[in-house]
Design a protein around this ligand. Structure first.
Ligand code: MTE
Length: 360
C-alpha cells in the first residue's frame, strides 16, 4: 500500500500536498473506481477531522442560519446515492504541455478522473430548510485546508450558481462506494457537484454561504479560469470561471507505448458527457483517424457518470496510433487537436485521445 490508503501503482506527482493519479489501465473496465486507485488532488494538507467534532456552518443570505453536526445532517435530511464522475480540470494536461509549456502546473495524464457512488444529503434540502433571502444567487463552500500556493495563502473554497446548488444532484456526502469518506477524499463530509469540474466539489467542507456573487476565494476567482493564450494566470481579468464540464473521452486500454500481438485487439475507454448531456456515440480509429468503427457503449450507471465503451480492432504489424472521438446528445464532437485548446492554466483538454502502440 502507498500513502493515504492508495495502491503502489499510483503515479504520485507530489507527496506534499498529495497529488496522485492511477495509470490509465487501472481505470479500464470498472464502472466504479475503487477508492485505492481513485485520483487525489490537493492544494493544501489533507485534513484529519474527527467525525464527532465536524460541523457545518450555514449562513449568508438565508432566513435561518444553521450549525449542523454529522449526526444532525444524517438524521434530519433524506439520504441520497449519486453515481458521479469527478474530473479534475487539469485532467489530460500532459496533452496541452506537449503543445506548449505550462510552468508550475502538475502534468496530469489520463487518470485525473474517477467515478464513485457518493452517499449523503441533498444540498437543496438543507438550503430549503434554511430558507433563501432575496438576492441569493451563488452558494460558496469553504474548507479548513490552507494552500500556500494561494495569493495570499488561505483556505480552499469555491462556489456554484444557486440554480445548480438547488437542482437536487449536489450532495453533502459522507460515503464513497459504500464506505465512510476517507480523509484523502474529504471525509467526514465533502461537497459533490456532479457534472462540474472537480475543483467545485470542496472537501472537508466547514461552511456554506449563500451569496449574491460568486466566491472571492483564490481557487474560484483567480485559478480554475479558462484564460485566453497570453493572459497572466495570476491576474483574474478575463477568461471564464470553470463550472460545467464538457464532453471528454479517453482510451484506457491498451496503454500508450504498449507492445501488442498482431490481430484482434480489445480497445476500451470512457466517455463523459459532463453537465446535463449524455454520451451518444464513440468512434475508434486504428489508423490515427483515417478510418473509424463505432464502439459498443457499456450500461448507463447514472446521469452524472461516465459511460465505458469497448471495441475490437484488427491491428496489422507495425506502429499504430489508436484514436477515439465521442459525440454527446447535442451532437457535439470532441475537437481533433489539443493545440486548438491550449490555455495558460492547462485546463479542460478534451481533444481526441491517442495511444501509440507497437504491433508485432
Ligand atoms: N477541496 C479542498 N478542501 N481542497 C482541495 O485542494 N481540490 C479540488 C476538489 N476539492 C480540493 C478540494 C480539486 S482541484 C479536485 S479535482 C477535487 O477536489 C479532487 O477530489 P479528490 O481528491 O477526492 O479526487
Amino acid at each position: 500500500m502507498g500513502s493515504w490508503g492508495k495502491c503502489d501503482q499510483m503515479i504520485v506527482h507530489d507527496a506534499e500536498p498529495y497529488n496522485a493519479e492511477p495509470p490509465r489501465t487501472a481505470l479500464a473496465g470498472r464502472p466504479l473506481t475503487p477508492v485505492e486507485v481513485f485520483y487525489a488532488r490537493n492544494h493544501g494538507p489533507i485534513q484529519q477531522i474527527d467525525p464527532d467534532m465536524w460541523c457545518l456552518e450555514l449562513g449568508g443570505l438565508v432566513e435561518r442560519p444553521k450549525r449542523l453536526s454529522l449526526g444532525e445532517l444524517r438524521a434530519r435530511f433524506a439520504h441520497h446515492d449519486v453515481v458521479a464522475t469527478l474530473q479534475c480540470a487539469g485532467n489530460r494536461r500532459a496533452g496541452l504541455l506537449a503543445v506548449r509549456a505550462i510552468p508550475g502546473e502538475t502534468p496530469w495524464g489520463s487518470g485525473a478522473i474517477s467515478t464513485a457512488r457518493w452517499t449523503g444529503v441533498g444540498l437543496a434540502d438543507v438550503l430549503r430548510e434554511a430558507g433563501l433571502r432575496p438576492g441569493a444567487a451563488h452558494v460558496e463552500f469553504t474548507a479548513p485546508d490552507v494552500a500556500t500556493e494561494a495569493r495570499p495563502p488561505g483556505p480552499y473554497g469555491a462556489s456554484i450558481p444557486l440554480s445548480k446548488a438547488t437542482a437536487g444532484e449536489v450532495l453533502l456526502a459522507w460515503a464513497m462506494n459504500d464506505r465512510p469518506l476517507p480523509p484523502v477524499h474529504g471525509g467526514p463530509v465533502r461537497v459533490i457537484v456532479p457534472g462540474y469540474v472537480g475543483a467545485r466539489s470542496v472537501k472537508w467542507v466547514s461552511r456554506v454561504t449563500v451569496r449574491e456573487r460568486p466566491s472571492d476565494n483564490y481557487f474560484q476567482a483567480v485559478r480554475y479560469r479558462l484564460l485566453p493564450p497570453g493572459a497572466d494566470t495570476e491576474r483574474a481579468d478575463g477568461g471564464l470561471q470553470l463550472g460545467p464540464a464538457g464532453l471528454n473521452a479517453d482510451i484506457l486500454m491498451p496503454d500508450d507505448g504498449a507492445v501488442l500481438c498482431a490481430g484482434p485487439t480489445e480497445v476500451s475507454g470512457y466517455a463523459f458527457g459532463g453537465d446535463h448531456r449524455g454520451v451518444a456515440r464513440v468512434d475508434v480509429s486504428p489508423d490515427g483517424g483515417r478510418s473509424w468503427r463505432q464502439a459498443e457503449l457499456g450500461p448507463v450507471t447514472g446521469a452524472w457518470a461516465w459511460r465505458l465503451w469497448h471495441t475490437v480492432l484488427d491491428l496489422p504489424a507495425g506502429e499504430a496510433t489508436i484514436t477515439a472521438r465521442a459525440w454527446d446528445t447535442a451532437a457535439t464532437c470532441q475537437p481533433e487537436h489539443a493545440a486548438s485548446l491550449w490555455n495558460p492554466g492547462g485546463y479542460v483538454n478534451t481533444a481526441w485521445p491517442r495511444v501509440r502502440v507497437q504491433v508485432r
